[in-house]
Design a protein around this ligand. Structure first.
Ligand SMILES: *Cc1c(COP(=O)(O)O)cnc(C)c1O
Length: 392
């Protein structure tokens, strides 16, 4: 089973992952192939990244053309792609001003800094953050400080100061933490890593009201659930609330590393100014060509509409699995970010699924995470269900 690629990886890289024993070589549509030529149905999409699937010719052609033209230039100069990418992102996100980053964690870092800068400019004396238990926001010091898993934070303490954790979907627990020092409330619109839990509309609306009443900023992290996956471009757009700051990453580059945070004009007016924040790579010509092309292809193929069509079928099929398999107990989520709660050890199930030719990962302790490329069709949902039933 072990081959040279695995040996080199284990020898050369810092051991921060327990990798599955497979070396992926290439992909086509919604399938991946390993170095032995074995075919796998992909229900993970590189963790909600590869929404267009693999080998989309229009996407790869656009990337190749940009590689030939210009890969990188500093943000000290204008380039030919970042403006168009920002305007496209502005249109689909309904936010006003965009800052491009290289990753999700950096988008969260930027959002936290933007919120503190807003409070600083307003001389409000506010600096505290309210975050959620079971939240995941990334692995840098700031983003891990607002991540709601003690195990992720403890080895790196002290964290950034003034972070308090409320219970997700429990408005009273949020209210109990709000005070005159609260600067922003940060949460995922649908908790991903923590177990695929959508925010209840009343919870989000309640938080929005607290923020409006007290000039506290609402930061929604749409890094995993955003970019069409929930059935709208961004999950909050189904819920009649609007964030002041939003973070994005993962699917916006379809695999080219890029993230972003965006804010309303009302916040931007008081927030980051020249000199306050920056990045060497963030929003370079290649990354922005990826973002612009992804958005063009989403619109051209109405991928968001496609998610709306296919998602109920995935829910239905997962529901059938709950009826048929004793160890499957609950389906949750929205659009093409769904979870299947199981009673069997989830690590064993994902490992056995891989042997069956199905790529699926966990979310939290007991949930199988279903985050396929958004281009899946019913036949792929059927194939997934057959494979998963055998495994369960
Ligand atoms: C993946 C993820 C992040 C971190 O993104 P990276 O690109 O891995 O830094 C932050 N928030 C959420 C909700 C995520 O799913």
């Amino acid at each position: 089973m072990e081959n040279q690629y695995m040996k080199d990886t284990e020898e050369g890289l810092l051991k921060t992952y327990n990798r599955f024993p497979v070396v992926f070589d290439h992909g086509e549509g919604v399938y991946l192939y390993d170095t032995d030529g074995k075919k796998y149905l992909d229900f993970t999409a590189g963790i909600a990244v590869n929404s267009l699937g693999y080998g989309n010719p229009e996407f790869t052609e656009a990337i190749k053309a940009q590689v030939d033209q210009l890969i990188h230039i500093s943000n000290l100069y204008y380039n030919t792609t970042c403006g168009a990418a920002a305007l496209a992102l502005r249109r689909i996100s309904r936010m006003d001003k965009v800052f491009f980053t290289n990753s999700g964690a950096e988008a969260v870092e930027g959002a936290l800094k933007a919120a503190r800068k807003y409070a600083y400019e307003k001389k409000s004396g506010r600096y505290e953050f309210i975050a959620m238990e079971d939240a995941f926001h990334g692995r840098t010091m700031g983003s891990v400080s607002v991540t709601g898993h003690k195990e992720y934070r403890e080895p790196f303490e002290p964290m950034i100061g003034g972070v308090h954790f409320a219970k997700y979907n429990d408005l009273e627990s949020v209210k109990a933490l709000v005070n005159e020092k609260t600067c922003a409330i940060i949460l995922e619109t649908i908790q991903g890593e923590g177990g695929i839990t959508p925010a209840e509309p009343e919870f989000l609306k309640g938080i929005r009201k607290i923020c409006d009443d007290k000039d506290i900023l609402l930061i929604l992290d749409e890094i995993q659930c955003g970019m069409g996956r929930s059935g709208s471009y961004f999950a909050w757009q189904q819920m009649d609330v609007k964030p002041d700051i939003m973070t994005m990453a993962k699917a916006i580059g379809n695999g080219v590393p890029v993230g972003a945070f965006a804010m309303t004009d009302r916040v931007a007016k008081y927030s980051l100014k020249p000199g306050d924040h920056g990045t060497t790579y963030g929003g370079n010509p290649l990354a922005c060509a990826a973002v612009k092309t992804v958005i063009d292809l989403f619109e051209k193929n109405d991928l968001v509409g496609h998610v709306g069509e296919i998602a109920p079928y995935l829910t239905q099929k997962l529901g059938e699995i709950v009826k048929e398999c004793e160890c499957a107990v609950e389906v949750r989520g929205k659009g093409l970010i769904q979870g299947l709660k199981i009673t069997k050890p989830v690590g064993e199930v994902t490992a056995n699924a891989l042997k069956e030719g199905l790529v699926v990962i966990s979310a939290g302790k007991d949930v199988l995470r279903m985050i396929p490329p958004l281009v899946i069709e019913r036949e792929h949902v059927d194939e997934m269900a057959e494979k998963l039933k055998r495994v369960l």
